[in-house]
Design a protein around this ligand. Structure first.
Ligand code: MSP
Length: 640
């Protein structure tokens, strides 16, 4: 039986970061687990969502056409997934003409069935979220991102979403596992119960999109476009409907409300499940561009390997809930659970077989290990089936500790010295190796690379990927099997240099991504010559403080200036006039932590008093780039 699953189709106006990697890793782990369950084929689709005003603007800022820009960013997503060994089968780009065709086809089916009409719309629109903000007045901020909304009036095609309200409620009722986990289902349920408005699904204000048939100046609204990519990927196959759309919680409404309604309107079958996982935070804080605390996965992969990150994300975070990433926690778990836990047990077991049985697995058995191992197969399979990765991993680690304890109790090194210890030694070694085989197979969807190594060290003849859950039963390890070459799978990692290296690579990768997105000059320039020497006392005269931008607006008649209100943990916010208007949109600065020269004598600029100066780096002819922090730091802290 087939299993078709998808990740979100990622926006190309940002380069991939650890949040995107989190979803794609989880999807890859599910794919591998489904294969173990016996589904065939298991097909995973990912891709890029390339249309809309934000992309049009980003391309312009990068000095590229939208086609050039989206091609470059889509390639970067693919490169990341390839280097991570993520097994996606289809990569859809919404700018692909085949996708255009599917969107028009679906639109025409909805139209023919009478679910689309033409109307006129005036309202507030959030360019950032590509969303009309219902009930907002001109000047209101977007409720999702807080950025200012724009007033637009358009003649649009509308989708009769309101007509599907009852049918949607009935769906959530009859198929309680349509939206998972349950907390998300409840959220959607109470939203839909308030009633739904019709949805405008075309735009005339945007050029970069899929043209609506007949109406050349209309393009499709990005969500009418992007969701259909799940279908484009498998059109002309029998893989539709999808078995699972795996997404982050912020896009659950689009998937659980719009998508089923579009499909019903076109007389097409619905996906079976939508699973919305939680947010990955950085040290308990939401990752965002304005906070400057975005973490990329590539430096972690380069320093610690892909499996270290896969393990951490799926073990640390209860899938479905929000969770936090930190380098310390990553290395902590790696050393204690992978290096000392799994890695040690594997090399210990194999070394004992090498030492006492010349590298051939002996025949024997030990009931107590068999019992725990069999229970673990059941618990883990059940947990993974419900996407409870951390619970499944916990069960496997219970097995690993039980085997560890068993080896210590059996003390093979003593048995080997006793003439009557042979049979017990055989049994102890067989049981440990067999438990290791089972644990390795169960873990393979989560740790594919490392488990393949342990698998071949165990001398298993068949490829790990061909192992199925129902052939995992105890006793399948063949006596007499020769083990392979023993090597450490998880060498211990020294935290301090590893974190330093990852941070260094993070700076490098984020600079490379900035170039890709056209946010920084590509050519490296000669730095300006060093200034005259000063003493530490000279330096300490400069009072540099951490500030947070509370508001920012353009200064009338001055193209380069922004007027900022900055919180320095003083009684009142500071008014600061900064020459950064060409590099930063005012709304992008709100909430951002910056460095302020706090004791600069006040100056008047265009009638506004500037009480301090914002610190930025720039190169000759380049735009200023604000100084900021990777870690969080309280407002008012002094830089020394
Ligand atoms: N283009 C839309 C999706 C259209 S699907 C038909 C979109 N793109 S996105 O690039 O913003 O990707 C959002 C998805 O990336 C989230 O739903 C989630 O899967 C993943 N994540 C991005 N940042 C994340 C975190 N900080 N934490 C967890 N997941 C994150 O929305």
């Amino acid at each position: 039986m087939k299993y078709y699953l998808t990740t979100p189709i990622y926006y190309v106006n940002a380069a991939p970061h650890i949040g995107h990697t989190y979803t794609t890793i989880a999807a890859d782990a599910i794919k591998r687990f489904k294969r173990m369950q016996g589904f065939d084929p298991v097909v995973l689709t990912t891709g890029t969502d390339e249309h809309g005003q934000k992309v049009e603007r980003a391309a312009k800022a990068a000095g590229k056409t939208p086609e050039e820009f989206t091609t470059a960013v889509a390639a970067e997503f693919r490169r990341q997934w390839d280097e991570f060994g993520l097994q996606y089968d289809r990569f859809v780009r919404t700018s692909d003409p085949r996708h255009h065709e599917t969107v028009r086809w679906l639109f025409e089916r909805c139209m023919k069935n009478g679910h689309i009409y033409k109307g006129s719309y005036t309202g507030q629109y959030c360019v950032f979220d590509e969303l009309y903000v219902n009930e907002a007045k001109p000047g209101d901020p977007c409720p999702d991102c807080g950025r200012p909304t724009e007033t637009v009036t358009e003649e649009n095609y509308f989708f009769k979403l309101s007509a599907f309200t009852e049918r949607l409620l009935d769906l959530y009722e009859k198929q309680p596992d349509f939206i998972l986990p349950e907390s998300r289902r409840n959220e959607v349920l109470s939203f839909v119960k308030q009633g739904l408005n019709d949805l405008s699904i075309t735009r005339t204000t945007i050029k970069w999109g899929i043209p609506v048939p007949v109406e050349g100046h209309h393009v499709f609204y990005v969500w009418f476009d992007a969701l259909i990519a799940y279908m484009t990927a498998v059109k002309d196959t029998d893989l539709w409907p999808a078995d699972l759309h795996l997404i982050g919680k912020e896009i659950v409404r689009f998937h659980a409300i719009f998508w089923p309604a579009f499909l019903w309107a076109a007389d097409l079958p619905l996906p079976k499940h939508i699973y919305a996982h939680g947010w990955l935070l950085f040290e308990h804080d939401k990752m965002s561009k304005s906070r400057g605390n975005i973490v990329r996965a590539e430096p972690i992969r380069k320093v610690m390997g892909a499996d270290a990150l896969r393990y951490f994300l799926l073990r640390e975070i209860v899938f479905g809930q929000d969770g936090s990433f930190s380098y310390d926690a990553l290395i902590g778990r790696y050393n204690s659970e992978l290096a000392n836990g799994l890695g040690n047990l594997a090399s210990r077991t194999l070394t004992l077989i090498q030492q006492y049985r010349g590298g051939a697995v002996p025949a024997g058995n030990a009931q107590q290990v068999q019992k725990v191992a069999c229970e673990t197969i059941g618990t883990t399979a059940d947990a993974f089936y419900h996407f409870e990765f951390s619970k499944g991993l916990e069960a496997i680690w219970t097995l690993l500790s039980a085997v560890d304890k068993f080896i210590v109790e059996q003390a093979p090194w003593n048995l080997a010295k006793r003439p009557d210890g042979e049979a017990q030694l055989d049994s102890a070694l067989y049981a440990a190796a067999e438990a290791l085989r089972i644990a390795t197979a169960l873990l393979s969807p989560i740790l594919p690379e490392s488990c393949a190594k342990i698998w071949s060290q165990l001398g298993m003849p068949e490829p790990l990927e061909s192992v199925r859950l129902d052939s995992l039963a105890w006793g399948q390890l063949r006596a007499g099997q020769k083990i392979g070459q023993i090597a450490a799978v998880f060498p211990r990692i020294d935290a301090k240099p590893a974190i330093e290296k990852m941070r260094e690579l993070e700076t490098q990768v984020s600079a490379e991504q900035a170039v890709l997105l056209g946010k920084a000059p590509a050519v490296s320039q000669q730095p300006a010559p060093a200034g005259p020497q000063i003493t530490i006392d000279d330096f300490s005269k400069i009072d540099l403080r951490v500030g947070q931008v509370l508001s920012a607006e353009r200064v009338k008649g001055a193209d380069k200036l922004l007027h900022l209100k900055v919180d320095l943990a003083e009684a009142k916010p500071r008014s600061i006039v900064a020459g950064i208007a060409e590099a930063y949109a005012p709304e992008a600065l709100v909430g951002r932590k910056v460095v302020i020269v706090a004791n600069l004598a006040p100056r008047k600029l265009r009638g506004l008093t500037s009480n301090g100066m914002i610190v930025a780096a720039s190169i000759e002819g380049g735009k200023p780039v604000l100084a900021g922090f990777l870690e969080d730091i309280p407002v008012g802290a002094r830089l020394k």
